[in-house]
Design a protein around this ligand. Structure first.
Ligand code: MG
Length: 399
């Protein structure tokens, strides 16, 4: 793979938190990707909600298939831009590891629980939780907790972070993955962006969910093709598909339309980013970090994508049926949190053993409420529902 000067070169990685001897046949980023694929948290993604709950149908996206789609889109754009494909893939496969069961509903509920328990709490952020999974919660290697990934993969995983939580990270890891989220000296350029590979994984996430949520929305019957005609990006590609294949109907027409939308967005990102890179001419990845965002849509595609996102918010994510499930899911998470806080013995012993843990680097994060939140966040949808039934005697999602 020939890398551009602004790509992340595994030979120049900023390294791992615990130094390791390089692998004989794989680069450090390939090794990160492999560790992620072999992790427990990765396997759990198959039973976690993207938008539709796991039990609602076998063909809807789950966090796992979503992550694979993000990796596919990311790799294909990375290759055209001579970015590091393996790094994009590693970030894409890990980006949702910290998601709770039941998607955003679960996350919001868990955040409320932590804040309610202690108003001083750092709360629950899924990006930070993804970092916690790979830094601390996976327990597979003899010498350390977590997966001991490279700085570059961890930087990509921490897509957003509140200032407050970033300051905690900065205290443990000066100049590390939290730095770009905290206040920096006002004079001179600011380090506010991650590598282009991380910027790409982020945009590929957006492209992937905008497209597959249309597909899942129609499959579920909550969105109709007539409604989707309001979305310019969709109607334009549907029209073009019908010009070429006038008899196309149903699922094939939907698939062809979405396929064309995806291609248009991929080519747009490649062209717009090439233009931005030609103008900025970053000499290396550090120049990328101190520049404004370089990996981007064109202005027109950015507008179209924002309109599509707004359509999905109004018509799918806020659909009464989705909202109803969301409310039940939030109740499940709240009930589980309260039940484990009242009686930690309901959790497996390994989790209770983490209370007030001895690893000084994570000591602040082993208060009982954090351990309970980690336990709940790690659950799959169906395990959370079963636990809820066991502890409360209520079936949260009948049928
Ligand atoms: Mg995602």
């Amino acid at each position: 793979m020939i890398l551009a000067c602004y790509a992340c070169d595994p030979g120049l990685t900023r390294g791992r938190r615990y130094p390791e001897i390089p692998a004989p046949t794989r680069t450090d980023f390939q090794r990160d990707r492999d560790r992620i694929v072999h992790s427990t948290a990765f396997r759990r993604l198959v039973y976690k909600t993207q938008v539709f709950l796991n039990h609602e149908g076998d063909l809807f996206r789950t966090r796992l298939t979503h992550s694979l789609e993000v990796a596919q889109l990311g790799r294909s754009i990375a290759r055209s831009l001579q970015l590091n494909e393996d790094l994009v893939e590693a970030i894409a496969l890990a980006h949702d590891l910290g998601h709770t069961p039941f998607g955003h509903a679960g996350q919001d509920a868990l955040n409320d629980c932590l804040q309610r328990h202690n108003p001083e709490s750092a709360g629950f952020e899924h990006n930070l939780q993804s970092l916690r999974v790979v830094d601390a919660l996976e327990e597979c290697y003899p010498a350390y907790n977590g997966l001991n990934l490279t700085f570059e993969t961890r930087e990509g995983i921490l897509k957003h972070c509140s200032k407050r939580n970033a300051r905690h990270i900065e205290a443990r890891e000066p100049g590390g993955v939290g730095y770009r989220f905290i206040e920096q000296p006002t004079e001179g350029p600011q380090w506010q962006q991650p590598s282009l590979e991380a910027q790409l994984a982020n945009l590929a996430d957006e492209i992937a969910y905008n497209a597959h949520d249309i597909d899942d929305g129609v499959r579920s019957g909550l969105l109709s093709l007539e409604q989707l005609e309001q979305v310019a990006l969709f109607s334009q590609h549907r029209r073009e598909s019908l010009v070429l294949y006038p008899d196309l109907r149903g699922r094939r027409l939907l698939f062809e339309t979405i396929r064309r939308m995806l291609s248009a967005q991929v080519y747009d990102v490649i062209d717009a980013t090439r233009l931005a890179l030609r103008q900025a001419m970053p000499a290396n990845v550090n120049a990328v970090r101190y520049h404004s965002r370089l990996l981007c849509f064109s202005d027109d595609m950015a507008r179209q994508s924002a309109l599509l996102k707004r359509f999905l918010l109004q018509n799918l994510y806020r659909h009464p049926q989705v909202v109803q499930t969301t409310l039940s899911a939030q109740q499940v998470v709240r009930d589980l949190f309260d039940a484990y806080m009242a009686d930690p013995g309901q959790m497996p012993q390994a989790h209770i053993d983490r209370f007030g843990g001895i690893d000084s680097r994570h000591a602040a994060e082993t208060k009982p409420e954090r351990v309970v939140a980690d336990y709940i966040a790690g659950m799959t949808d169906r395990f959370a529902a079963r636990e809820h039934e066991r502890l409360k005697g209520v079936v949260a999602f009948p049928g």
